[in-house]
Design a protein around this ligand. Structure first.
Ligand code: EPZ
Length: 423
């Protein structure tokens, strides 16, 4: 098992380039199943989850060429597709559920064994299924009670769908299924994340007719078939936010290239409340925390455009050392404070009460042996290790490999003292 050894590092200086978005490329790769022509995905990050999705597409019958050296993936799904997703791949990545809509459209059936809950929550998919039923799919209830999604559809038809919660995955699955359905679908209370917009742009390039992506109401007019396309994936806003925190927590000055500031407005606003200077320049976003002490602020996670839940643990790392107390409220997932115990092993003295975490702040953290409990929490204990006295040993870093391309190399490029050791 690999580990990171992180030593106290001086202020990070220099520049870092953000990779393509994990949470955009995964639904886009699933959507390539909807076309029978060549699709080329560019700026695809070389991540464990992307590799698993590519292997999943292959197992379903698509021809997949990965060239991660050049962040490029080619897919051709013209052949006969199988309708069952292999459990050994699905259990490695719950985002495998994103092939549900495309499989249903292409083969008339989709059979996916659901993985159980994970560190951050139970991860139900009843909203995905509500949408597919509205489009005409029939789901075997007995199988579902055993955690197996067995959906069939003799052709899908458009419908009006209201999502009880703006679920990102449900929005993506429904958009994919509705794009080749007969007639028009209006999806209300849809997720508005930038990754939804990127998926809709990809599908529209293929010939779909989707309007309103990025708002809470999306109109999808079904079309007959899709052509092949090539597409550049948007930059990963959560990786960008993570490096902004790395600059802030070490009191450094870092230029972040290839990020879209508009995708991180809530995070930028909160960092400015903490005395971090953020300037938009021609070359990228300049984050400076070398002038003023970091002060605390309160955070409440919400669906986009609110403060992103994926930035909750990285931001909490900053709040453990910021001057003054702060409160973090996690409203999106029911169990996303697993990193609190790891921060407390470093001396953060955080208390949690239901959805709220109370951070006293102003701590000099101590290096400790800690665990990455999910991919964002893993990144956040590395950030804390950059300012903790002594050495912080982070284990289970395969979580980090799922969502951060060359994480240690990029941090070392900014002067961080971090080593990867393979045990
Ligand atoms: C996506 O997960 C992201 N993953 C997550 O990023 C991200 O945290 C999440 O959206 C929220 O922004 C990918 O895009 C691959 P949801 P997803 O459906 O689609 C509840 C990371 O670190 N819900 O919006 O699974 C659910 O339980 C990962 O990169 C239902 O109750 O998120 C959760 O509490 C972690 N019923 C909340 O909604 C449903 O049918 C948000 O889930 C579906 C969801």
């Amino acid at each position: 098992m690999a580990k990171f050894l992180v030593q106290k590092s001086g202020p990070l200086e220099g520049e870092v380039t953000i990779s393509g978005s994990k949470n955009a490329v995964l639904p886009i790769l699933a959507a390539t199943l909807l076309s029978k022509e060549d699709c080329v995905i560019k700026d695809a990050p070389a991540l464990r989850d992307v590799d698993v999705m590519c292997r999943l597409l292959e197992s379903l019958g698509a021809a997949v060429n990965t060239d991660f050296e050049n962040n490029r993936v080619e897919v051709n799904a013209s052949g006969e597709l199988h309708y069952e997703a292999p459990y050994d791949l699905v259990k490695m990545m719950r985002a495998s559920i994103l092939v549900l809509g495309a499989l249903l459209v292409r083969t008339g059936r989709a059979l996916i064994h659901l993985p159980g809950g994970c560190a951050i929550g139970e991860r139900p998919i009843e909203l995905h299924l509500k949408g597919l039923r509205a489009l005409g799919a029939v789901i075997d209830e007995e199988q579902l009670s055993r955690g197996i999604v067995d959906a069939r559809a003799e052709g899908l038809h458009g419908n009006d769908i209201y999502l009880d919660f703006p679920s990102v995955g449900a929005t993506e699955v429904i958009i994919m299924a509705a794009s080749l359905a007969e007639g028009t679908t209006i999806l209300e209370n849809a997720a508005q994340e930038p990754e939804i917009v990127d998926l809709a742009n990809f599908l529209n390039k293929m010939g779909a007719r989707i309007k309103g992506a990025g708002t809470d109401t999306i109109k999808i007019e079904g079309v007959q078939q899709f052509r092949g396309v090539s597409h550049h994936v948007i930059p990963d806003r959560i990786e960008a936010g993570t490096f902004m925190i790395a600059a802030a927590i070490t009191g450094g000055r870092v230029l972040i290239r290839n990020m879209v500031p508009n995708h991180l407005k809530a995070v930028i606003a909160k960092l400015r409340e903490c005395n971090v200077e953020i300037a938009m320049t021609e070359e990228g976003v300049l984050v400076s925390a070398d002038q003023k002490p970091i002060v605390s602020t309160d955070i409440k996670t919400l669906p986009y455009p609110g403060f992103p839940t994926d930035m909750q643990s990285p931001f909490m790392a900053l709040l453990t050392v910021a001057r003054g107390p702060s409160v973090v409220i996690e409203t999106v997932f029911e169990n996303r404070f697993m990193h609190v115990g790891e921060f407390n092993r470093m001396g953060a003295n955080i208390k949690t009460e239901g959805k709220a975490a109370i951070i006293p702040g102003g701590k000099q953290l101590q290096g400790a042996q800690v665990v990455a409990t999910d991919l964002r929490a893993g990144a956040s204990v590395v950030l804390a290790g950059l300012v903790a006295e002594g050495t912080t040993e982070v284990s289970q870093i395969y979580h980090i490999d799922r969502g951060y391309e060359n994480f240690a190399e990029k941090l070392r490029g900014l002067g961080a003292n971090i080593m990867r050791i393979e045990e």
